[in-house]
Design a protein around this ligand. Structure first.
Ligand code: NAP
Ligand code: ZN
Ligand code: ZN
Length: 403
């Protein structure tokens, strides 16, 4: 093959790979490409193996916050070409988590702008690197809140990558470990992720309703499992939002006696439909009195500042209250509120990869999905405002076909 041929082949290969489609004689082209020097091979959505230049980047449409005070708006980014262990996913749906809003508005500090939120991602595999074993083009796939970690520390070795001692890499607002730049999340058409951080998704459940499991599902599943919640436990789920409604469904499925603790009276019927055995309106002193000193376990999922001490008083002796909600202000808890009753106040962060897959399989087996309102990408700013007002039943999910 002459040098000129090689150059032509490479150019054609790049065009081919970029478009994931070709109109000329495909097998002939593929045979030709196989003779080029390109080292990275990917499998296209049509099942063809084609070479890809390692530095090839593809343009991807997203919605991003350019600053904390500006609404999210269209923005184009570059995604890397799949490396040998990478999976490229066409995003079909992405859930809208309250953490997206906290981050886009820099409520926790430390947001890297421009910021493309979204970590409840489901879609279809469009290409895989040539060493990928777990996925092939056409498979359903999910990505949650993290896309990388060191794999080497004690936490990673235990499958607790979210607590990686060397710092996990968030799906958005993170920095790639190879120094190639910032991570951008699921409010986009596609994403490229190392196969270790990609999850298998069942084709038995509606995809849009599965998306929120990738954060809301695992964040509630993980503490319920860690504290071994099941039959005989009295559990309070505090806050009926995106995470809260998954908490109710999962705790009920695990056999616990579940009480919904909510500051919104109109959510009572929904709470019971979702699986709660009781509903307590936390602003009603009479109702609260009946459950004071009552719970073995409270999962606190409130996104706004609130008085932790009030809810600690609802725990029985040895009771545990676990914070997963992350309001911006620090908690103020007098030691005596824990000392009397030997109570524990703990926290929990999303879940590791093995447990996330376990949760997805558990949900597929028990037919558990999220209650969703599917929205168009352009409606994201309005969705944020509605989420702040508690006007969501119970998770917004973006249909990426609208981007
Ligand atoms: P969400 O859908 O907005 O739900 C939050 C719920 O909190 C509301 O539905 C409401 O429930 C309750 N609430 C809101 N304001 C309140 C107030 N002033 N007083 C009492 N209750 C109030 O949010 P989400 O997506 O479920 O996220 C919840 C929190 O979890 C966020 O802070 C998010 O950042 C955090 N989070 C943490 C992790 C983790 O790994 N730890 C992962 C994901 C998200 P009621 O109307 O029933 O009272
Ligand atoms: Zn989240
Ligand atoms: Zn690690």
């Amino acid at each position: 093959m002459t040098e000129k041929w090689r150059i032509n082949c490479k150019t054609a290969a790049i065009n081919f790979a970029e478009q994931r489609d070709i109109s000329c004689n495909e097998q002939y082209m593929i045979n030709l490409f196989r003779k080029t020097e390109t080292k990275t091979w990917i499998t296209t959505s049509k099942g063809y193996i084609v070479p890809l230049k390692e530095n090839l980047m593809s343009s991807t449409k997203t919605y991003a916050a350019q600053e904390a005070t500006t609404p999210l708006a269209p923005w184009t980014i570059k995604r890397r070409a799949p490396k040998p262990h990478d999976v490229e996913i066409q995003i079909l749906y992405c859930g809208v988590c309250h953490s997206d809003l906290h981050t886009a508005r820099n409520e926790w500090g430390g947001t890297i702008f421009p910021c493309v939120p979204g970590h409840e991602i489901v879609g279809k595999v469009t290409a895989v690197g040539d060493h990928v074993k777990k996925f092939k083009a056409g498979d359903l796939a999910g990505v949650g809140c993290l896309v990388d970690s060191c794999r080497d520390c004690d936490n990673c070795k235990e499958g607790l990558e979210q607590y990686c001692s060397n710092g996990m890499v968030g799906t958005y607002n993170g920095k790639e470990k190879d120094g190639s730049g910032n991570t951008y999340g699921g409010y986009s058409k596609s994403i490229v992720v190392h196969e270790d951080f990609v999850l298998h998704i069942s084709d038995k459940l509606p995809l849009e309703a599965v998306a929120p499991l990738l954060c809301a599902g695992i964040t509630t599943y993980s503490p319920l499992r860690h504290w071994k919640i099941g039959k005989g436990h009295k559990v309070g789920i505090l806050g009926l939002g995106g995470l809260g409604h998954m908490g109710v469904k999962l705790a009920a499925a695990m056999g616990a006696e579940v009480t919904m603790l909510s500051h919104t009276a109109s959510k009572e019927a929904d709470a019971k439909r979702l699986g709660a055995h009781q509903f307590v309106l936390t602003s009603d002193a009479e109702q609260v009195k009946k459950v004071t000193g009552n719970f073995d376990f409270i999962l606190d999922i409130v996104s706004a500042d609130h008085d932790y001490n009030f809810y600690l008083s609802l725990l029985r002796t040895n009771g545990v209250m676990v914070c997963v909600g992350a309001p911006p202000s620090p908690a103020q808890i007098p030691a005596f509120n824990l000392i009397f009753g030997r109570k524990s106040f703990a926290g929990s962060l999303i879940g590791g990869l093995p447990e996330t897959q376990e949760m997805l399989d558990y949900c597929a087996e028990h037919n558990i999905v999220s209650d969703v309102e599917v929205i168009a990408m352009k409606d994201i700013n309005e969705a944020y405002e509605r989420m702040l007002k508690g006007d969501v039943r119970y998770r917004f999910v973006i249909d990426m076909a609208t981007l």
